[in-house]
Ligand binder design. Structure first.
Ligand SMILES: NC(=O)c1ccc[n+]([C@@H]2O[C@H](COP(=O)([O-])OP(=O)(O)OC[C@H]3O[C@@H](n4cnc5c(N)ncnc54)[C@H](O)[C@@H]3O)[C@@H](O)[C@H]2O)c1
Ligand SMILES: [Zn+2]
Length: 377
């Protein structure tokens, strides 16, 4: 038996922030990063609330650490808010998820309402049961997975993404494409998750280049916000694969932005999963067939499966080039001597990552090492 459940209210489109005016006479705690506070976004959102007492915790940084979560929990246990609002990219929403979960479990705050307002179109964290927290001492990112982490409400207002500079649009947009593709070929994929992944990928391949080129293009921003959320629902059901397993370790060790690490790996993970070894149609893997189907859906020539997979990989490489993304770890600033020293540990940790279980092809440590070799630069 399988289950499909989207246990979250999603508000989207023009002026979706007006949902906040329903919150009246409450103690509200906002979890965000310093950019969102300094740029006035946190204040703008507070003003939408109706006669609420608001406090702001704006210490979230990319790849939020256990220490930041602990600090947030300490404050929240003193403040005892009735509503918690996470505003920001995946880092702010993930940190808030962990903070809320602790507060609910140990702080007698079981009724606290949790609202997520994403400001990047990337992680889909506003609709997922995942929270990725970093242990800086060990240099490891831990994906926590529990339905208890799911926000009650997600508000998708694309106006908030307009301030994202082009390189953040590129990094986070490639995360959406990686989510869509990994969910689509996952061992746990179903017709339900496939439908969401397909639509997310159609939107992302069309609108990411537009949002990158002109960050003020509200239609492109809206479509990417939708794509990010749809891909989030898809992978929340189907889970992800080794692209994310390896990216999590690279993020923990070298602090490469999450979407950028995913983008570097993606062409090689597709090649690995597609596993095209012969010209005989009967030998093609389900993943190769599915990648080819996506190639067709996004308008690439895909007269046969081999061509479809090849063109999908080329399209991704072309997007990386257009958006000036580094295509190797070296170009992303990784010190190759450190990589050489750490590569066995990276492969071992990636093998243990929760996302590896649902990868369509069960990898060996040597497979991961070979992928690392191909992206090293
Ligand atoms: N929970 C999940 O399901 C899930 C899935 C994938 C990734 N993640 C995690 O999410 C994190 C990455 O999140 P992210 O890619 O959204 O980036 P992020 O939240 O780390 O933000 C990156 C940078 O963008 C800035 N920023 C965000 N929105 C902006 C805006 N509108 N205008 C200007 N600047 C803006 C932030 O201040 C920050 O400096 C990683 O830790 C990753 O592992 C979580
Ligand atoms: Zn991701």
């Amino acid at each position: 038996m399988k289950k499909f459940n989207v246990n979250i209210e999603i508000y989207f489109g023009e002026d979706s922030l007006s949902k906040l005016s329903e919150i009246t006479d409450k103690k509200v705690f906002i979890v965000t990063d310093s950019f969102m506070e300094k740029s006035g976004v946190a204040n703008k959102i507070s003003k939408r609330l109706n006669n609420c007492k608001v406090s702001i915790f704006s210490e979230i940084v990319p790849d939020p650490s256990i220490e930041i979560v602990t600090k947030g929990v300490d404050i929240i246990l003193k403040e005892k808010p009735e509503v918690i609002i996470a505003i920001g990219g995946g880092s702010a929403i993930d940190a808030a998820k962990a903070i809320v979960d602790f507060a609910r479990k140990v702080g007698n705050l079981s009724n606290v309402q949790f609202i997520a307002i994403p400001t990047t179109s990337g992680t889909g964290s506003e609709v997922t049961s995942f929270s990725v927290i970093t242990d800086n001492e060990k240099g490891v990112k831990y994906p926590l997975v529990s339905d208890d982490l799911l926000p009650n409400i997600a508000i998708l207002d694309a106006e908030l993404v307009k301030t994202a500079p082009d390189f953040i649009t590129a990094d986070t947009g490639m995360d959406v494409i990686t989510h869509g593709l990994e969910a689509y070929v996952s061992k746990n994929a179903t017709d339900f998750s496939d439908a969401l992944a397909e639509k997310a990928l159609i939107l992302a391949f069309e609108y990411l280049p537009k949002a990158y080129k002109n960050g003020q293009d509200l239609i492109a921003r809206e479509k990417m916000h939708t794509a990010s959320c749809l891909a989030g629902i898809a992978f929340n059901q189907a889970s992800l694969g080794i692209n994310h397993s390896i990216a999590h370790v690279l993020g923990g060790k070298f602090h490469i932005p999450h979407g950028r690490a995913n983008a570097i790996l993606l062409p090689y993970v597709i090649d690995y999963n597609a596993d095209i070894v012969s010209y005989d149609t009967r030998d093609f893997t389900l993943s190769a067939k599915k990648y080819c189907h996506i190639a067709k859906l996004i308008g690439l020539s895909a007269n046969n499966i081999r061509m479809g997979v090849k063109n999908l990989i080329s399209e991704i490489k072309q997007m990386q080039k257009t958006m000036k993304l580094p295509v190797t770890l070296k170009a992303a600033g990784v010190d190759l001597d450190s990589l050489k020293l750490l590569k066995d540990e990276i492969a071992r940790i990636a093998m243990e990552d929760v996302c590896t279980i649902s990868n369509p092809k069960a990898p060996t440590k040597e497979d991961i090492l070979r992928i690392l070799e191909r992206v090293r630069g």
